[in-house]
Design a protein around this ligand. Structure first.
Ligand SMILES: [Zn+2]
Ligand SMILES: [Zn+2]
Length: 111
């Protein structure tokens, strides 16, 4: 299954910290909460849906954590937990697995 592109804002992103409006320099992704998912038309739902989270330099989490996919309840960027966050982010799925296709009986790939 392919992973859809994370949902990004239409305008230039700013820091996601509640008290900060600085232009973002870092970003990572997290899963959508049930409330956020409910705001999206059901026909656009996908099991791999992620939301882009942005942060300015001082409010960014570590690069290692930013490389992971965060839980729906992750409050980052949150000054109380920086430079980490308050969830246990999951490692992103590797895209290196070969794409396999199951053909109907009798069909073969290639000459
Ligand atoms: Zn900030
Ligand atoms: Zn997190």
């Amino acid at each position: 299954m392919s992973t859809p592109a994370p949902i990004a804002p239409a305008s230039a992103p700013v820091c996601g910290h509640t008290a900060c409006t600085t232009a973002a320099v870092a970003h990572w992704t997290r899963r959508l909460t049930a409330v956020e998912l409910a705001a999206i038309p059901i026909e656009q739902h996908n099991t791999g849906m992620q939301l882009m989270v942005y942060a300015c330099g001082p409010h960014a989490i570590t690069l290692d954590l930013a490389a992971r996919i965060h839980q729906p309840g992750c409050s980052g960027p949150n000054a109380a937990s920086l430079p980490t966050c308050d969830c246990t982010p999951e490692l992103p799925a590797t895209d290196t697995a070969p794409v396999t296709t199951t053909l109907a009986t009798g069909w073969q790939i290639g000459p």
